[in-house]
Design a protein around this ligand. Structure first.
Ligand code: SF4
Ligand code: SF4
Length: 432
């Protein structure tokens, strides 16, 4: 358990990154699509999509199968060519509730060939934003916020590309910068054109020279790269804006309110593939870690059940105590292996029976204050927990529960192994 002498300063928390280091040098492995893809109708922050297909209908890979009217909606597309077998309620690790998903039986895994290629210079702001929305692009850093909404912001003077990947178990963004730098730079240029800003900063924790060709391409395109402290949680948008531009995003406000838009490096890649090559968002990168396989960078279709990934990597149920989807600091465990990946899934981490859940046995709060000390946004997790237990919405508002960035540090340091993030999330829902 961490103690205060490990806290360097707020937002500068050093954390074990051995899982990340284990994966960083591994090129992407493409996981074959599953026999049945399970596609959540909502894979973004916002409105729930309505299905556009019925049971028994044939669909092509990349075909739009769910959408909704309204700004806060992003369509979903079929990840495979096949037949809609059914629509059913499936556990979603993001909401921790059952949500509607289409089950599609795979008949062909190739994308239909399309003669689609458009030059960067042929595109204006409106076409880029429309194409990004229609391609189902969301923030791939784990938040799944609709990208077209961020790109529609006005009066933006800076675009920050978050290439920091501060999560201790993830390496897929670094791998993407090493393996596919040209498309990322194209995506950054498209984003800058949509936002009408020339001031672009790529923020990274990697040392100068480690990203090879990517750094060269940034220089050629006059894109600035800044090195930021390799601590956990500075990857959060609000903290990144402060770190890179020394601008405060006030409580309850967002980076565009201070003239800045932040996008993840993998989102830039998805934007380029969608806008320049007509590829909707049906697959993504993620980092997998288990004791047996070590760290791996995988490329897989959305809607791939966890069990399919386990079979592919030859992991047996008896080797597994629990599985976490997403970052190990911010992600959620899944109840069984039928749960599918989605646009949110940036990582999968497998823990063995020798690594039991530390939060299984919780002790009373001893008011040590560690959780308050470590919180990077200066709120009081322990007081919020008490307010949430009482259902005191007024106090939750006064304690600014909405400012929580869900970094997980308070739970991580708590000597009583209290899962404080659960109370933070519940508190946020209470005041919505
Ligand atoms: S309260 Fe929120 S932001 Fe603060 S440490 Fe906990 S999870 Fe992180
Ligand atoms: S919740 Fe945990 S870390 Fe926070 S004051 Fe109580 S015992 Fe300490």
């Amino acid at each position: 358990m961490m103690t205060p002498q490990h806290f360097k300063e707020k937002g500068r928390f050093s954390i074990d990154i051995s899982m990340k280091l284990d994966a960083i040098n591994k090129p992407f492995q493409e996981v074959p699509p599953p026999d049945e893809a399970v596609v959540f109708l909502r894979q973004h922050v916002g409105l729930v999509n309505q299905p556009l297909v019925k049971k028994g209908e044939s669909v092509e890979a990349g075909q739009k199968v769910g959408d909704a009217k309204g700004d806060f909606a992003v369509p979903v597309h079929s990840p495979v060519t096949g037949t809609v077998k059914t629509m059913r309620q499936v556990f979603n690790p993001i909401s921790r509730e059952k949500e509607q998903a289409l089950v599609i039986t795979t008949e062909d895994t190739d994308l239909p060939s399309k003669e689609y290629s458009v030059g960067l210079d042929e595109l204006n702001r409106e076409r880029i934003i429309e194409k990004v929305r229609e391609s189902g692009i969301v923030g791939l850093g784990g938040a799944a916020f609709p990208t077209h909404i961020k790109l529609s912001a006005k009066n933006i003077d800076h675009l920050i590309i978050n290439a920091k990947e501060s999560d201790p178990n993830l390496a897929c963004d670094v791998r993407l910068m090493l393996d596919r730098p040209e498309s990322i730079v194209d995506g950054i240029k498209l984003m800058a054109r949509a936002l009408d800003t020339r001031d672009i900063v790529v923020a990274t924790r990697t040392e100068k020279g480690e990203l090879g060709n990517f750094e060269e391409l940034l220089r050629e395109n006059n894109i600035r790269m800044v090195w930021i402290h390799p601590s956990y949680s500075v990857g959060s948008e609000r903290l990144l804006v402060k770190e890179v531009l020394n601008r405060e995003v006030p409580s309850g406000r967002y980076p565009p309110d201070v003239g800045v838009v932040v996008h993840n490096v993998a989102t830039a890649y998805a934007v380029a593939r969608a806008v320049l090559h007509g590829e909707p968002l049906i697959s993504r990168s993620l980092t997998f870690y288990s004791e047996k396989t070590g760290g791996r960078n995988l490329w897989l279709r959305m809607g791939t059940p966890a069990g399919h990934v386990m079979n592919y990597l030859e992991i047996s149920p008896e080797d597994v105590e629990r599985v976490i989807f997403g970052s190990i600091m911010m992600g959620n465990s899944i109840p069984d292996w039928s749960v599918p990946t989605s646009k949110y899934t940036s990582g999968i981490t497998v823990f063995t029976p020798a690594e039991p859940d530390p939060y299984r046995r919780t002790l009373p709060c001893i008011r040590c204050g560690y959780c308050n000390t470590v919180c990077p946004v200066d709120i009081y997790p322990q007081l919020i927990m008490e307010a949430d237990k009482k259902g005191d919405r007024e106090r939750l508002r006064r304690l600014h529960v909405e400012d929580c960035i869900n970094c997980g540090l308070c739970s991580y340091v708590c000597p009583s192994t209290i899962r404080l993030t659960g109370y933070l999330q519940s508190g946020k829902r209470r005041i919505e």
